[in-house]
Design a protein around this ligand. Structure first.
Ligand code: CS2
Ligand code: MG
Length: 405
């Protein structure tokens, strides 16, 4: 079974998605997600010009060899563009292997370790009261774990908190140049501790609570936040600080028992090797789309398991349902699965393009039993929504200093 063609699609049903379709000479095809938010066309060009021509005629069953060929073989290892391209191909090859075997991908990974996959939903409000109302509505829908975010009083915009506007998370498709958002750590501290204090008073102690800092704090500030939030018993505190220097998490770890999560921007196991091996984190959030596909996420999960680190894959709206499906198979299998982020399956238009039978009930998701990944891609519907250049915002301190995110 040889690879006979590779097609790349870019569609914007509310936000941009890059989809890889690998076609074989026996008439099968597999799908992968290669979306890199804000840099989508770099991956498209990389796949079309530099990856697809090398793979035509190769054995579509040789997933590991193709992964190594694209990782080691290019000389330029790692990198967001390279690893998203590898991810798109890798997912598509797992999809094909499942279709040939007549088995869902989780069976190829080793079978199910659980009946369902626990999810956490987002409650993001204009103020604390609004966030807590949204959290209550999610609890009423059956969610047992909720990420709380709230606008920071005194800042013009808070990332990820766009009130009830459509596409609340990021107004993608309407950002032909990167918008700029301001940031103030003191103002944030005033809000965030109060948010969790009121959350426990209003929501009780049974619901799991989470929070994403989007890397805005220094390690010692993160340590302080972790300590201040200890009474409110978070499931995890996400992306408290940047960890390019992985050792820096020792500062946070030494000061707080609040569990720590990181990894949605990581491209390879090397970005989190020290964090995992030194047990500086509790959850690793790498995404199949950005960290080299199912092949590398499986490796990261097994490595993390040795050190009591659980998986909590990124589930933001900039990952397509193909990535979500890949995560579902990994989550069903991984013995050290923790929790899956879930923000729905996108706009109505996106749901016409990407179709699948993943069920969500009472805060849990049920993996597809269809052969392969279990997602279909409607090319005609996708063609109705062409690519729109769009960017994530950049973050600046109030004095204009460019800041982390
Ligand atoms: C966020 C992401 O869901 C999350 O945890 O951090 O939505 C992130 O901001 C986007 O994926 C950026 O592309
Ligand atoms: Mg995040």
């Amino acid at each position: 079974m040889k690879i006979s063609d590779i097609k790349i699609f870019v569609t914007c049903p509310g936000r941009n998605f890059v989809t890889v379709k690998v076609i074989t000479d026996n008439g099968l095809f597999g799908l992968g997600d290669a979306t890199l938010n804000g840099r989508e066309m770099a991956v498209v060009a990389y796949l079309q010009e530099h990856v697809a021509p090398c793979l035509i005629g190769k054995d579509a069953h040789a997933i590991e060899d193709i992964w190594q060929y694209l990782y080691k073989g290019v000389y330029w290892r790692k990198g967001a563009v390279n690893m998203a391209a590898i991810a798109g191909i890798d997912m598509a090859l797992w999809d094909i292997k499942g279709k040939v075997a007549g088995l869902p991908v989780y069976q190829l990974l080793g079978g199910k370790s659980r009946k369902s996959v626990g999810l956490y939903a987002h409650a993001s409000g204009d103020d604390i009261a609004d966030t807590l109302l949204k959290a209550e509505a999610l609890m009423a829908q059956g969610f047992k774990a909720i990420r709380l975010q709230s606008a920071v009083p005194g800042l013009k915009v808070t990332y990820g908190v766009l009130g009830d506007k459509e596409n609340y998370y990021e107004l993608q498709g309407n950002r032909p140049l990167p918008p700029e958002e301001d940031w103030s750590t003191p103002k944030y501290f005033n809000m965030v501790v109060e948010l969790f204090k009121q959350a426990r008073e209003k929501l009780g102690n049974d619901v799991q609570l989470l929070h994403d800092v989007h890397s805005r704090l220094t390690p010692i500030e993160s340590a302080r936040l972790g300590k201040l939030l200890e009474p409110y018993n978070l499931l995890f505190l996400e992306d408290a600080s940047i960890a390019e220097n992985q050792d820096s998490y020792k500062t946070i770890r030494q000061h707080t028992t609040t569990p720590l999560a990181i990894g949605e921007t990581y491209n390879t196991i090397w970005d989190c090797k020290d964090l995992i091996q030194n047990q500086l984190i509790d959850y690793i959030r790498t995404a199949a789309t950005h960290a080299g596909g199912i092949t590398s996420l499986k490796r990261i999960a097994d490595f993390a398991g040795i050190y009591n680190v659980k998986t909590a894959p990124h589930g933001a709206p900039d990952l397509s349902p193909i990535c979500f499906a890949a995560h579902m198979h990994l989550n069903a299998w991984a013995p050290n699965f923790g929790i899956q982020e879930f923000v729905g399956f996108g706009t109505q238009e996106a749901q016409q393009i990407f179709t699948h039978d993943i069920q969500v009930k009472d805060g849990a998701a049920f993996v597809s039993d269809k052969p392969g990944l279990g997602v279909d891609f409607n090319e005609d519907a996708a063609a109705l929504y062409p690519y729109k250049r769009s960017y994530l915002p950049v973050s600046r301190l109030e004095d204009g200093t460019l800041w982390n995110w």
